[in-house]
Design a protein around this ligand. Sequence first.
Ligand code: SF4
Length: 507
Amino acid sequence: MTFLGMPLLPSKRRSDLPGGQGNIIEAEAFPEVSHEHLSNQQLRNNIGHATSTIRSKRAEVVSELDDWEALRDAGEATKNEVMANLPEYLAQFEEAFTAAGGIIHWARDADEANAIVTELVEDNAPVLETGRREVIKVKSMATQEIGLNEHLEHEGIDAFETDLAELIVQLGEDKPSHILVPAIHRNRDEIREIFMDKMPDAGELTNEPAVLAEAARRHLRHKFLTTKVAISGANFGIAETGTLGVVESEGNGRMCLTLPETLITVMGIEKLLPRFADLEVFLQLLPRSSTGERMNPYTSFWTGKSEGDGPQNVHLVLLDNGRTRALADEHGRTALNCIRCSACMNVCPVYERTGGHAYGSTYPGPIGAILSPLLTGVEEQGNGSLPYASSLCGACYDVCPVKINIPEILVHLRNEDVKANHSPVSSQLDAALTGASWMMGDGKRMAAAEKGLPLAHKVTGGEQINALPGIAGAWTSSRDIPALPEKSFRQLWAEEEANDRDEEGQR
Ligand code: SF4
């Protein structure tokens, strides 16, 4: 029995549904790791430079379209339609994909998906002289999420990443730090060093992007021509026709999708679109939001298999891994609408300063701060600190091509975290907040409190407050309180009105 992404029956509790596994569970809490990363100036420079370049490219190409807001509305409506009817669209997709000669496998979680892929590779890739098997890979967040490469390695299968940035991360024995530009934290000099070290045939290289790309191309060419099995993700699955699609910039993906005999795709169940015609909207929204391009250079679609052309064994692993659970969260489920464009990361002031590794999950940045806890369940597993990794400035919502209200979901998840993980015994902070809420809930009480401002101004000497004692010290340990004003807004207003009256009287 497979979870089909069914919305919850009212009687079923969300916490009864299985959470996701794999590389979406925070290994270390964000506050601690981000501290370390904040002091790495080189990392901040690399990320700051890359995100500001992508930001301006995106802003430029988006401003060219008069109907950008209408496109965003259409994208949001289509994804909401998918989530509201996911079981029906999945069944329709399965029927069309199977009729076209493809084979579907359903995976409840990372373990099941890894086991299915391993078995398929063992059935289709020969054992080489080294005693191991080999596969080539198209960049894929779903396989990153389930930790497929690590699992395959353990099972005697070497997976070669073919996307340039993924290759840099793999050769550097590193982890991706951005969903679109996984090696965003590396600069050209660092990449040159990795290539010189890990590509014995590369010879002497400069740090020119064209030289580095050519070295990677030479390194991969033989693999493209000899490897029997490729593994990919998918950007879209079209329910109407059973078609899968991958968009990319380099063409390496297309080589993987067409040259090997066997193609295994791993796709989250939320990636569906109802109709082929919906691509009209998404193929405008995605490249402009992600790479700041009007069109992505390579767009590949395949519907099952074609006799004598391309892979003849076409498999698709449909992955739940907590998506059913996220779907059951009525306030958070729109996070599943995400098309992984990464625009929210590129505008996020927190991401720009800490980098992606600080989030400890496959999905960093604003979308990671909501998606990872939704997939795993903020109540039971790690990821409890991620909803706090935001200034709630709203920039992510403004750029999201499918209008996911990330700040609202962050606040919802903070609330869930407090309900689930905090002590039922009231703390000092609870008492302070209850007091503040009582005071601010009534205009007269607020006015009475404001009467103390002149005195507080005198006590602090009109200076900014950098440290407070007791519970308030936790606040000032990471922020300053601006200098208190001599007079409250009400006093200034009353004085202003009195002045106006005097002036009126004199006229
Ligand atoms: S949340 Fe929106 S902006 Fe962020 S990656 Fe997903 S689709 Fe793009």
